[in-house]
Write a protein that binds this ligand. Structure first.
Ligand code: M6R
Length: 608
């Protein structure tokens, strides 16, 4: 969702090239138009992709500094005139913006009365004019920008540039992430670290209500009331290569294939197998408080929400703690009963999902202890929660979340051991979970090694227009996750369903053209799943079963079977979801679709 990149340097680099390359690494966020500005050459904007922008840039376009943007439309259609950067009347103040200026209408009316002329439908343009207006009194760009920012309400991540002071770029953050990159003789501003990492690993994250000024030689941070902020830089160890596709055709496949390594990374240093303990450094500061916790409310969206549903089964069964899982977008409209013995646990890959973030803030306001399971280091959720753990899954570029989901489930298993051992889980049970966790990467690799057969299966079913996904208990959320994966990248109708619910409605859809994915491992729900498969077969529905290796019975019943190695029931979702991810991937690929950047979707949804 919208991406910002800005550069200023004295190394003789071509800012245009630096900015365009940076935009490419932000593409994964999802966008519908792109634009660039340098004080020397002006602006170029276009609807569509960065490749289009590159084509439109005239020969001789140059600059030592500049700002660039990928826009995902909110106010105004994705057209050239609405693409960022936007400027003031004179073409001197330029701005790129993520977020929404809520009071833009009032501000725009005021500015029009003062003689300003607007050229777009975007809320963002108002900022450039507001700075222009303040420049009439202030004379200093920095002061004018600060005055303008103090007048706007809403959310923003911003980079502002003034033609008369080309070296300096001003950034500001209110609800939409901004990170500074600190290079040697060059500085950067971006909405996430990915475009910065090829240049420097040294970054500083801005907090809400902070403004920064970068120049080739340095940076300064201050608050909206001008008080100075001192913040140490963080070293981000994601290599630039890690954000590339690593030889795979798509990021999604690369990220699925990284699964075994991701699980190892999530577990690294966190298991004391012989004692059956999970050691979670991120929870140490609140460990005493957690002993008294009586209830956990998980808040999350999309795939992270389905991870939360699996966590509910884990925590209730093994830690004996009541858990509720709530959509981030619904939580704050409920009057949930919360007190200081409640944990509100946010799960988020990006750490920037607005609905999850707001749900956590609401939990905090109402007195809960807030925790996070977050992948993106330094993200807003990571910073605002009282404590938490990082997934350590590395950057996830494809819009469809795959490896992050595996790491979320792995982290939830660690949480379960942590909470469980605080509440009477035996050492033997802890050991059993720890051992099973350690075995997962190798078992997962066995599934990945069968990817060609999953590809064949996807081809076989590629003409189907509808799919039902069913599962029970731990694998009931996996039915939903399998369905969201297929629909978001292939635009085919796919419906998740608790298998027991089938007879209350969804079974009416079944016929010979309506295949069902039945997640039926040999666990406590096996017999019931077999009955459900019989019900579907009786209505001529094709069935693809996800089954435990060696289960010959199910092969007699289902049309096709994808086998998965056996593990503990609570951990089985971590394995069972992978054939579903691969199926969705190959299905969309078979249709020739843009797997990594599905239509209408953004990687990080930073608006509510
Ligand atoms: O960054 P988050 O984990 O908070 O994102 C939550 C959802 O937007 C995300 O999981 C979304 O559902 C994915 N596209 C699913 O693949």
């Amino acid at each position: 969702m919208c991406g910002i990149f800005a550069y200023t340097g004295k190394k003789g680099k071509d800012a245009g090239g630096v900015l365009l390359d940076g935009l490419l690494s932000l593409e994964y966020r999802g966008y519908d138009s792109a634009g660039i500005y340098t004080p020397e050459s002006g602006s170029v904007r276009t609807p569509g992709a960065v490749a289009e922008l590159r084509k439109k840039i005239p020969k001789g376009f140059k600059g030592k500094s500049g700002i660039a943007h990928l826009r995902w439309a909110t106010h105004g259609e994705p057209t050239e005139k609405n693409a960022h950067p936007h400027s003031d009347c004179e073409g001197e103040v330029w701005v790129v913006h993520n977020g929404i200026i809520e009071n833009f209408k009032e501000l725009k009316e005021k500015l029009i009365k003062k003689g300003h002329t607007f050229t777009s439908d975007s809320d963002t343009e108002v900022l450039a004019h507001l700075v222009e207006e303040h420049l009439k009194k202030e004379k200093s760009f920095e002061k004018a920008a600060l005055a303008a920012l103090n007048e706007v309400n809403g959310t923003y991540g911003i980079a502002l540039q003034y033609k008369k002071e080309p070296d300096r770029i001003i950034a500001a953050r209110m609800g939409s992430p901004i990170v500074l990159g600190l290079g040697d003789g060059e500085h950067f501003i971006a909405s996430d670290p990915s475009p910065i990492l090829p240049h420097t690993k040294k970054v500083v994250f801005l907090e809400d209500g902070e403004v920064a000024v970068i120049s080739p030689d340095g940076h300064r941070i201050f608050k909206l009331d001008s008080t100075k902020v001192k913040r140490d830089a963080t070293n981000i160890d994601w290599s630039a290569e890690a954000t590339q596709k690593g030889g795979h055709e798509h990021f999604m496949l690369k990220e699925i294939m990284e699964g075994p390594e991701v699980i190892e990374n999530t577990l690294r240093g966190r298991l004391i197998i012989e004692k059956g303990l999970a050691k979670l450094g991120g929870l140490e500061s609140v460990a005493k408080q957690l002993e008294k916790i009586e209830r956990v409310i998980v808040v999350a969206c999309g795939t992270a929400y389905y991870a939360g549903l699996v966590g509910e089964y884990m925590l209730e069964e093994y830690a004996g703690i009541p858990v509720e899982v709530e959509l981030g977008s619904e939580f704050r409209y409920r009057k949930s009963v919360i007190n200081e013995k409640t944990v509100v646990l946010g799960i988020s890959q990006s750490g920037e999902t607005a609905d999850t973030l707001e749900a956590l803030r609401e939990g905090k306001r109402r007195g809960a202890l807030t925790l996070g399971i977050v992948n993106t280091v330094g993200s807003t959720i990571a910073r605002e929660t009282d404590a938490g753990v990082y997934n350590h899954a590395g950057p996830e570029i494809s819009v469809a979340s795959t490896k992050a989901f595996l790491s979320q489930l792995t982290a939830l298993a660690l949480f379960t051991m942590f909470f469980g051992r605080q509440r009477g889980m035996s050492e033997a049970t802890g050991r059993e979970i720890a051992k099973a966790l350690k075995e997962l990467p190798e078992k997962l690799q066995q599934i990945l090694d069968t990817k060609e057969s999953i590809q064949k299966l996807a081809k076989k079913y590629s003409k189907a227009r509808d799919f039902l996904y069913i599962g029970r208990k731990y694998n009931y959320p996996i039915a939903y996750e399998g369905a969201i994966k297929l629909k978001e990248i292939s635009y085919v109708h796919a419906e998740g369903c608790g298998a027991g619910e089938m007879k209350h409605g969804p079974i009416a859809m079944i016929d010979e053209n309506f295949p069902t994915m039945a997640i039926a491992p040999k666990d406590s729900m096996y017999e019931k799943m077999v009955s459900n498969i019989h019900e579907i077969k009786a209505r001529k529905g094709p069935v693809i079963a996800i089954a435990t290796k060696g289960d010959k019975e199910i092969a007699k019943l289902a049309d096709d079977v994808l086998y998965v190695p056996e593990t503990l029931e609570m951990l089985s979702p971590i394995l069972n979801v992978v054939p579903l991810q691969l199926f969705a991937y190959y299905f969309a690929k078979e249709k020739g679709l843009n797997v990594d950047r599905p239509r209408n979707l953004a990687k990080s949804v930073t608006v509510e």
